[in-house]
Write a protein that binds this ligand. Sequence first.
Ligand code: CA
Ligand code: CA
Ligand code: CA
Ligand code: CA
Length: 272
Amino acid sequence: MGDAGSSPGSAQTPGGSGKLGRITGTLSGVSPLAGPGVSPLAGPGATDDFQDLYVIYIKDVNCFRASLDPAVMGFAEFNSQLFVFSLDGVGLLANDDADIPNADFSTLTSIATDVQDFRLQRNGLYLLGISGFDSDPANRAGQIFDQADPTEISSPDGPGGILTGAPGVLEFWNPEIGETGAYGIVLDGTYLPENFNCRADCAPFDPATCTIGNGVVNIDDLLLLINQFGANGSPCDVAPLNPDGTYGNNIVNIDDVLYVINHFGQNCQDPT
Ligand SMILES: [Ca+2]
Ligand SMILES: [Ca+2]
Ligand SMILES: [Ca+2]
Ligand SMILES: [Ca+2]
């Protein structure tokens, strides 16, 4: 795969079908920590690469986790930061350092720890971003996140974030340069973006292993749907499609039944 870009329009879409359990890559360039003679004020060159953005499909938002923690086989050769944006680039969550003594690697879940009740609400497509300390997402209104405590999972509470009334969209990184090196992000609750077209495959649903679906839209999916009719928070809440890349409206209703019936027999190995 080619390089994952630094802007919403150049985010990389991992290919294939099925679960997305790991993303590996490398940030490179003239790091502010590169040593004598290198001015961090020189700014990035054409080949420098201080941020990577990926399209991910969160199929189970309650299970979502992205981590560089070596304890779960993640890694980062540098002081990392992780971010979640909506597919259209609105900053939603950020973490600098996992809440573990002396950790400079990052871990994100779907729930902010700095503002009560701010969390990712729906399953669907999102952007996952990684940068090296201290390159932060920003726009003309300012930084999107106020990382008041490095270990918080921050809501978009900076002057450029949606919680302070700004549009909240990633326009640039400030500063553009950060620490660099190789990384491996371990993911839970995520599938490859192509699988988004097979969201009607909502059963079986195993919260313990963060697994949703078995590769085919069949009677199991219809039965779970009927079983959860009227419920909130079901993986079978697959309709409507929302403009920000997510789906569902917090209720399993007739729209969802129709969507699953319309996709009955679909093979998720070839979901398009
Ligand atoms: Ca960090
Ligand atoms: Ca914050
Ligand atoms: Ca199924
Ligand atoms: Ca619905």
